[in-house]
Ligand binder design. Sequence first.
Ligand code: HXC
Length: 518
Amino acid sequence: MSKSIDAKIEKLKIIKEKARLGGGKDRIEAQHKKGKLTARERIDLLADKGTFTEIDMLAHHHSTSFGLDKVKPLGDGVVTGYAYIDGTKSFIFSQDFTVLGGSLAEQHGRKIVKIMEHAMKLGTPLIGLNDSGGARVQEGVISLGAYADIFLLNTLASGVIPQISVIMGPCAGGAVYSPAITDFVIMVKNTSYMFVTGPKVVKTVTHEELTAEDLGGASVHAGKSGVAHFVAENDMQALELVKKLLTFIPSNNKEEAPFVPNNDPTDRLNDDLTHIIPENSNMPYDIKEVIKSVADNHDFLEVHKDYAQNIVVGFIHLGGRSVGVVANQPAVLAGVLDINSSKKAARFIRFCDAFNIPLLTFEDVPGFMPGKDQEWGGIIANGAKLLYAYCEATVPKVTVITRKAYGGAYDVMSSKHIRGDFNFAWPTAEMAVMGAKGAVEIIFKKEIDGAEDKEAKQLELEEMYNEKFANPYIAASYGYIDDVFEPKFTRQRLIDTFKILENKVDTNPTKKHGNIPL
Ligand code: HXC
């Protein structure tokens, strides 16, 4: 009797050992040669030691088509389960390229759906490590159905639990739409790519000859398309980024943003900011210096660093509290708002609002970008996305106007009028319908045309205009800003203000959902 039990236990061990080997030693070696880790090695690096519990290790496909009856690898090309990541309970799937190219079909899809459902019910983040040849050709439409099941759950989980996708190999065809729906996409340089149609089809249809890297590599999606929020040098760095990201975001939409205690004094002065604004208002400065100066331990996790750099978004802790920062960047295109920067900031704001992360806005914006390309490209609808996102956000919203707040952009950048809770300005703030040059050309056209020295007249009127409007005091006199303070007090004021706002309650009218101008 006991002999038979021992034999059964031995059999289980052998089965599990086989499952753990995935596609076998040769394929693991091939994976390593490409500079990639295996699905299990990745989980080992991501999860706190000894905390990963695997589910469905013994699942396999039931297909008999095109020779599949002869290969039934255990796990079906994906490792799924739960673990703690720096103490945060999370569900994880990790596609195993060594098994049938990590291709996705019925069982592989079911395994992912199963952990997604757990993550939603338990309110934990979902981390997807993608490395797959896409829909398993041999299982045909069943593979497509399996993808659609995942897309549906990605959508239902959106705004309920944070979903993070790490692309660590191929991600092609319709498969790209799962990561695209998730909140953050991290791509690994040189070993990952994403595209709807690959280089061969592109060549046939458009006659363009492109490598996979040129078509959909990490730098393309980080800098040009905006599909990727982060780029990592290698698998290890990508997994570290997941851990870092989780220090700023709660596990679900009912939890508060994380509080991370630290030793940076809450009353630390920002003396470095006193002279950061150049004397000449048309000169640039780097808004990231402002963000880092106020942040706890100067630590800023920038999101979408390489995309639409005229706006900067990312996470900091302020007095331990997680805060989402949106800041115009005067060092790039003078910080103007255009199509891409509006889309970038709108998506970030909606993420923060969905997950109870307060919003801090640093404003220095000359307005919206003029021109045919922008108008034809839809700056109206895209700029409206940013306006809409700020308007609907009910999390605590604090704005600091460092310099320019001109035109419609003044309204859009979390102004008082669209439910900014506390709006502040530095003494260097300039708040008006437009800058001096454009303004005097409109309102003093006759005087300038009639003047003997047109240039001198123009300059004289610009100076007069600046004296009258290029300051924060008119806005302060109407209560459009709550206070003007010296730059060096910024950190203390922000910490104090977000603390006061801690228990803020605000709601939107009941509706099925709004109709953001997509
Ligand atoms: C079945 C697949 C597969 C797939 C790879 N494999 N992709 N098996 N279905 N989609 C298998 C290969 O046959 C091979 O098996 C093993 O995985 C490793 O693949 P290789 O080609 O040897 O690896 P590599 O040279 O690194 O090339 C990787 C690759 C290539 C670029 C991903 O495999 C490839 O082009 N695959 C097809 C990609 C694709 O077109 N997928 C469908 C996209 S459309 P053996 O046993 O020979 O080692 C899609 C629709 C989703 O996904 C729709 C959702 C709505």
